[in-house]
Design a protein. Sequence first.
Length: 272
Amino acid sequence: MPSTTAITVQQLSRLVGLPDAPILIDVRTDEDYQADPRLLPASYRRDFKTVSTWAAEFSASKVVVICHRGQKLSQGVAAWLRHEGIPAESPEGGFEAWAAAKAPLVSASAIPPRDEQGRTVWVTRSRPKVDRVACPWLIRRFVDPDAVFLFVDPAEVPLVADRFAAVAFDIEGVFWSHRGERCTFDTMIEEFGLRIEALDRLALIVRGADTARLDLVPQAAGFLAASLGLSRMFRDDLEQLEAGMLLYDAFFRWCRDATEETHNWPAGGKAQ
């Protein structure tokens, strides 16, 4: 009989990158982690031995706990979390099965240092349009759900990055920026190791909209129009970012699940 507290790699992979994805907690031993220092997207690293001290961080959340093979560590931590009233599962086969299935993994070495609260901190130019919403979306959904984003005057970005230990992005002369004809969103996908079909497809749309090459894909023009419309709707950049997250969530789901679907009128009529 299948376990009621386990989730398959296929089931979990369908949830990764979505706004209602479960919280992923990596409890591999340091030895296992050092042997393969990659992480499931947007996962947290925690010490299984101290679960009683950090369990409350994840109250009122659905959780999936990952260890090397999906055995004693992840099942034990998941059981402890359930004891604390937190819905928790462990993936069948653990990290090994996820990696063997070539499901997305994030290169931990590419993740910037975190602040004292465990968050990555990023800074960029104010009044975002495309890339400066795309990159925070990618980071929040696939790298660090708690990431902090600071929007400041363009000339102040390098100084704010220095004074506040933040990572500058999408400005000239920094690591996380455009490279050739590719935009910063492309750079982040490459550096974090997130080369999956849906993100590659979304990157082409973002690239076309962000670099005024609307001929790259048909969706780029509409995506740019929606992005510019959002920038006119909000004076506050963080409010605009939160609204833009939904736009990227929708396009990600289209890129992953709906590219072959069409819509016809009248209802039930034949495609013309």
